[in-house]
Write a protein that binds this ligand. Sequence first.
Ligand code: NDP
Length: 289
Amino acid sequence: MTARLLPGAPAAAALLADVAARAARLPAPPRLVMVRLGDDPASVSYVRGKDRQARAAGLESTVHALPEATTQAELLALIAGLNADPAVNGILVQLPLPAHVSEQAVLHAIDPRKDVDGFHPVNVGELWAGRPALRPCTPAGILFLLDHYGLPVVGQRAVVVGRSHIVGRPLAGLLLNRDATVTVAHSRTPDLAAVTREADLLCVAVGQPHLITPGMVKAGATVIDVGINRVPGQDGGKAHLTGDVDPAVAEVAGAITPVPGGVGPMTIAQLLANTVTAAEMQAGGQGTR
Ligand code: NDP
């Protein structure tokens, strides 16, 4: 048996079509403001991609590219101004920040109603309380992808490997809110294979190439590979991207996301969906369940 492949592009396109339709129903196009400090190439490229896709989806997008030496007080003053500006619906501060700026202070300063990354403690609390709010983009994108392909979540034995604040933990919360039975595994979990073999739905967000091998997966399971690892090519060949899941798992699983091109495209699409949700909430609507 070879697993059904779950490419992200068609699911992301469906989400973006929904974003455009909802944006068109609002009195003005939702506005996303992104802030980045310094010239870290990955951050520059991520913000450029988000800006381009926001515009393509009919949203307004502004980027504040600030010098690396920007002080925490200057950044907090900018955020306070964006919080107070009714024309700004979503605020994203690109991480990581330089060492002299406290990530926690910055994330706490963003108005939770404009926190399109879903990292503010108010939004984290609402997620774990099962109440509507703004949800972290990668986990919410994964739920959209599962729904898009008609894969069940309710009542499934779900195992999430990884407990980061941006992927593992919020994904576990979202799956729990959708009535999965959830186990979270991490680097201190003994006999990881025994845990992952229990999963009908196995989600892996670790950052270790091919950690999950075929013997660790239940036959027919749905496997969501969040990992993005850059590995050098063989014999000095070109570096390429690979996931946390060994591609040979496709011989055992029922369905599997590819890397690249699986979960990756969902993250930016979900950021834009969150920006529309934020604008709707500011206009009196509800957040995302
Ligand atoms: P973090 O490094 O923040 O967290 C990794 C987690 O994996 C930790 O909880 C760690 O456990 C756990 N872990 C490490 N080694 C093992 C092991 N051998 N067995 C079990 N668990 C282990 O990573 P992120 O969550 O930020 O990212 C994970 C991966 O997902 C990365 O490859 C990243 O590039 C990718 N990613 C992809 C995105 C996308 O859009 N597709 C978005 C975000 C991330 P412990 O807590 O005990 O240290």
